[in-house]
Ligand binder design. Structure first.
Ligand code: PDD
Length: 275
């Protein structure tokens, strides 16, 4: 495997050469937040929005992060990598405890870690599984506490699926690592922002562009039956872009392959961000 450029606590190194403490609170408590910042044809997609969200995640956990320094480390990683297409993973944890303790000592310093990898943004059509959203009540924070997502997604994979679409009390929340959009013949729909979903950057960019293009879009609360009635469903994320859902495991649907509204949204997104 190629050497992956990384940075740990401000020092650049190859990923394999970084040593971390097992008493990092990222390791013991998932007391950490992260970002995934994509770049395509050497253009960083919505850099400022990613940095703002990272700052919001840090503020939610009372991390006093040096956002300027983090921004410059992310840019340096992309420059060092020489990839045209890829993403940076960047994580901030509360720091390293002297000994594991739920209640943290305010004097420990934040721990930061990032790396850059190559990635291509061509998405395949997905088979998804609908499942109960078993996560905590602050899914709007981009925290590394992702066990609910991890267990649901691996259960889906064991059942031949690529992703999940989760619901809480029958209301659609989001994918395991993505936001959800669906459409009938004349309108696009997506769940409104709340504590139960991550405010996805791809979601935000797409909504802005859809509105500009004059396509009808409604943000609201939608249930599983609304989703099952849809002509088209797609998931969005910084690494998937827009990925069409071709099948919902075990469910009868009305999905139309390459529905006109999906194709229109995909074209807008590719034109504006991936070309
Ligand atoms: N995940 N919802 C969840 C739970 C996510 O994990 C992600 C992205 C999104 C989409 O957000 P954005 O458009 O800003 O990438 C929504 C990243 C890619 C990850 O964890 O790897």
């Amino acid at each position: 495997m190629e050497n992956i450029h990384a940075v740990y606590n401000g020092r650049f190194n190859f990923l394999n050469d970084i040593k971390i403490s097992p008493l990092s609170r990222a390791y013991t408590f998932s007391d950490s937040v992260y970002e995934v910042i994509p770049f395509c044809n050497s253009n960083i997609i919505a850099f400022d929005k990613h940095i703002t969200r990272l700052k919001n995640s840090c503020d939610s956990l009372s991390f006093k992060a040096d956002v300027k320094k983090i921004s410059s480390e992310i840019l340096d990683l992309i420059n060092k990598s020489n990839h045209a297409n890829g993403y940076v993973y960047y994580q901030v944890s509360r720091g390293i405890d002297p000994i594991r303790s739920h209640m943290f000592d305010d004097s420990i310093s934040l721990e930061t870690f990032g790396y850059v990898v190559e990635h291509n943004f061509i998405s395949k059509s997905l088979t998804v599984m609908i499942c109960e959203d078993m996560r905590w009540q602050r899914c709007d924070i981009k925290s590394t506490s992702l066990l609910g997502n991890v267990l649901s997604m691996n259960n889906a994979r064991n059942n031949g699926c690529d992703e999940v679409i989760m619901h809480k009390n029958n209301l659609i929340t989001e994918g395991g690592a993505s936001n959800v959009f669906f459409a009938n013949d004349d309108c696009v729909f997506t769940p409104s922002l709340s504590n139960n979903i991550l405010p996805g950057i791809t979601r935000e960019l797409l909504i802005e562009e859809i509105k500009q293009a004059g396509i009808k879009i409604e943000e609201g609360q939608f249930d599983v039956d609304d989703l099952l009635r849809a002509k088209s469903i797609w998931l969005t994320s910084s690494t998937k872009g827009l990925a069409q859902v071709k099948e919902i495991s075990g469910k009868k649907t009305n999905l139309v392959n390459d529905h006109q509204l999906f194709k229109a949204c995909e074209e807008i997104f590719v034109k504006n961000f991936l070309s």
